[in-house]
Design a protein around this ligand. Structure first.
Ligand SMILES: C[S@@+](CC[C@H](N)C(=O)[O-])C[C@H]1O[C@@H](n2cnc3c(N)ncnc32)[C@H](O)[C@@H]1O
Length: 214
């Protein structure tokens, strides 16, 4: 499901900073060679992530779900000079592509790219994060949220992608609810009721839940 009419999306992109040549190339190569290229954040959402990151000026970012590295490169745009982004993905097949674009971007020295299951890696991280981007398996969003919240500094942000799940979160209750939709309904409700945070569901692309830790 597309949320915006195609021409409105095109108009919004035309009035948004252009993608860099590198990000455009990464998007092209992902679409040409990798399964499920729709997972890549893309132009508009990428610029949103980059702007949020530049506003936060994070020294520590955690990304859960690297895929081909598009959102990681966008988030790196706001890192402080000594800052670091840790990005996690279980799919080792994408490593070559991710490392190629990290190297071309110049951000390689600031990126700690780890391959493995996020729920195994996160508990051992000893950093305090200014910004966390959750964009991996939807059924574990609540798990990731609970694992990271104590590691986020007060005032820091957690952003969770795909929280509208192509509109399935508002489908008629007579329809059978699949497990990803149920997980996202539970996640959105849990965040909304969590007294430890402020939150806003931004209907950009497939929905970004922006969470500010109090
Ligand atoms: C939607 S894609 C990430 C897209 C990327 N953030 C972007 O915007 O360009 C989700 C990624 O999460 C990874 N993933 C799924 N389950 C995971 C898990 N349990 N641990 C780590 N990564 C996982 C998948 O391999 C996939 O590459």
């Amino acid at each position: 499901m597309e949320f915006l009419p195609e021409e409105i999306e095109a108009y919004a992109e035309a009035h948004t900073d252009a993608e860099s040549e590198l990000l455009r190339a990464l998007s092209r190569e992902t679409h040409a060679k990798v399964l499920m290229p729709r997972m890549l954040s893309g132009h508009l959402q990428g610029r949103v992530l980059a702007m949020i990151s530049r506003l936060v000026k994070p020294s520590r970012i955690l990304e859960i779900g690297t895929y081909t590295g598009y959102s990681a490169l966008c988030l790196c745009e706001g890192l402080t000079p000594a800052g670091k982004l840790i990005t996690l993905d279980k799919n080792e097949e994408l490593e070559g592509l991710v490392r190629k674009y990290l190297a071309r971007s110049g951000y390689s020295p600031q990126v700690d790219y780890r391959i493995g299951r996020a729920a195994d890696i996160i508990p051992a991280l000893e950093e305090t994060f200014d910004l966390v981007f959750i964009d991996a398996d939807k059924v574990n969003y609540a798990t990731y949220y609970h694992l990271v919240l104590d590691k986020v500094r007060p005032g820091g942000l957690i952003i969770a992608d795909n929280v509208l799940w192509s509109g399935k979160v508002v489908q008629p209750t007579t329809k059978k609810i699949d497990k990803e939709t149920q997980a996202l309904l539970d996640f959105n409700r849990m965040v909304q009721q969590d007294q430890r945070v402020r939150n806003m569901l931004l209907p950009i692309r497939d929905g970004l839940m922006i969470v500010e830790k109090l």
